[in-house]
Design a binder for this molecule. Structure first.
Ligand SMILES: [Zn+2]
Length: 236
């Protein structure tokens, strides 16, 4: 589905076996946010892109929120198609090495490493074909976890990876908050809480997580609710 003009959700489900993936339609080519888990999801992505008339458009970049297999398993395939892979410095290392940092044992699949992923630092902006993506470090779920803020046609969308899942609940469509998985080898509870605190100062139009639902409501309300949930849930 198109979540804002020129921004598409290509895959997404509640399961852990694949992540939400998104594509930004830039003048130069497609800019991906996360890549998905296995090659079969590339077919799903292509089908959705074709539905929007973007089937022939080439991926030129992919921003990986973190190196867990469900988000980054297909990164090497995008690299082979000519896309430049961006991630935090820590996750550049993970994408080059695989193993426990990408949860290879848990997924029981072979992780194909990337050859030349490029590191982006907190606050760094990358502009591709008129679309600017800004890296927002949100460590905790993993040490190198990164959110990406994209602004297209005046709409600001924050892609938050596994920092926090958002679902809907109850007759009032109340947002149900689920803190990201806390069992990674490089999970960091203190950094996680600081990241929830950091988000409280942000205000965006749309929040697009790595699993479950995109949120179109008041982001300041959501970030405050996430922070309170994190205080209740995260044990230091
Ligand atoms: Zn994850």
């Amino acid at each position: 589905m198109q979540i804002a003009r020129g921004i598409y959700q290509l895959t997404g489900h509640m399961t852990a076996l694949n992540s939400n993936t998104y594509a930004l339609d830039s003048e130069e080519g497609l800019v991906m946010i996360d890549c998905g888990c296995r090659p079969v999801y590339l077919e799903h992505q292509s089908r959705i892109l074709s539905m929007w008339g973007l089937g022939e458009k080439k991926p030129v970049a992919a921003f990986v929120t973190h190196a867990h297999f469900d988000h980054a398993g297909n990164a090497h395939l995008f690299e082979e198609k000519g896309a430049r892979i961006y991630a935090s410095e820590y996750d550049v290392h993970a994408l080059k090495t695989g193993g426990k940092l990408v949860m290879e044992p848990e997924f029981g699949l072979t992780f194909h490493t990337c050859k030349a992923p490029v590191a982006v630092a907190d606050g760094e902006c990358v502009t591709i074909g008129g679309t600017t993506v800004t890296a927002v470090a949100l460590p905790g779920h993993t040490k190198g976890a990164m959110a990406y803020l994209a602004e297209t046609n005046g709409v600001r969308v924050l892609f938050t990876g596994d920092h926090c899942m958002i679902g809907n609940a109850g007759p009032d469509d109340e947002a149900e908050i689920e803190i990201g998985y806390c069992g990674s080898i490089d999970y960091d509870a203190e950094a996680y809480l600081r990241s929830f605190e950091k988000l409280r100062s942000m205000d965006v139009d749309i929040v697009a997580p790595g699993h479950r639902s995109v949120f179109y409501g008041d982001s300041r309300w959501l970030f405050e609710k996430m922070y309170r949930k994190a205080l209740e849930t995260i044990k230091i």
